[in-house]
Ligand binder design. Structure first.
Ligand SMILES: *[C@@H]1O[C@H](CO)[C@@H](O)[C@H](O)[C@H]1NC(C)=O
Length: 237
């Protein structure tokens, strides 16, 4: 079993209470509900990510949709398996094997992906909230989206360059022929463009999965971050 180290999502479900079961249409069936955010009375002045509506211009006559709660209401949990717009590279002289997916072996560049809920050995585990339970709280802990390698990790490139600039030089042939004109093109430390989109999509995914929790909030959600790795998440949440 292999767990992607790029993002580690840790969700804690707490506080179970009985769900109501509707037997006939309610008087409000078919009426419109909409979300109100930030929570009424929440102090938004201290946080530039949540400016007061009056300073972001007239929103117009439109209303936003109501908050979603996919894990509470959908028949299946959403599963992250898209790597768009990445394309799996083809090995130069070997047929790709079904069992080896190089996109899961790219270290810090690997795309985040969901694992089956039973991955950690919990029998019959499911990401979907059971009918008789209600999700009341979510905690998310993660590091970063896809990022360039650590500074100094390009040792192979350094060795190739040292050989190329040495007195005797080198000439690569066969499958390694590309080395004759190859350059190292990765940056260091910061998120890749794909990594930035991961952060944005993660925030959007959380809004769709858990947005309904905001409706009972009396304070703004807490975003704690130390680096650029996190700053796209609140943009889409
Ligand atoms: C897992 O689910 C199956 C099918 O619903 C059920 O027969 C089995 O008892 C469950 N196992 C546990 C440990 O809950």
């Amino acid at each position: 079993m292999r767990v992607s180290s790029i993002l580690f999502v840790f969700i804690v479900e707490t506080s179970v209470k009985a769900a109501k079961t509707a037997t006939r249409a309610s008087s409000f069936a078919g009426s419109t509900t909409a979300a109100i955010f930030p929570p009424v009375g929440a102090d938004t002045a201290a946080n530039s990510l949540f400016p007061n509506p009056s300073v972001v211009g007239y929103a117009g006559p439109t209303i936003t949709g109501d908050e979603a709660a996919v894990l509470q209401t959908a028949p299946a949990a959403p599963f992250v398996d898209s790597v768009f717009p990445l394309v799996e590279p083809q090995p130069l002289e070997a047929a790709p094997t079904a069992s080896f997916d190089i996109l899961t072996h790219l270290g810090s560049l690997s795309p985040f992906r969901s694992l089956p809920p039973t991955t950690f050995g919990v029998i019959n585990a499911s990401a979907v909230v059971p009918d008789d339970c209600t999700l009341t709280q979510v905690h998310l802990l993660h590091r970063h989206g896809a990022r360039y390698p650590t500074i100094g990790a390009n040792e192979v490139a350094a060795a190739v360059h040292a050989a190329a600039t040495s007195e005797e030089g080198f000439e690569a042939t066969g499958p390694l022929k590309f080395l004759n004109t190859w350059t190292y093109k990765l940056g260091a430390e910061i998120l890749t463009p794909f990594g930035r989109s991961q952060m944005f999509n993660l925030g959007m995914g959380f809004r769709v999965k858990y947005g309904e929790l905001l409706k009972e909030a009396t304070e703004l959600p807490v975003f704690r971050t130390l680096s650029e790795g996190f700053n796209k998440f609140p943009l889409s949440y």
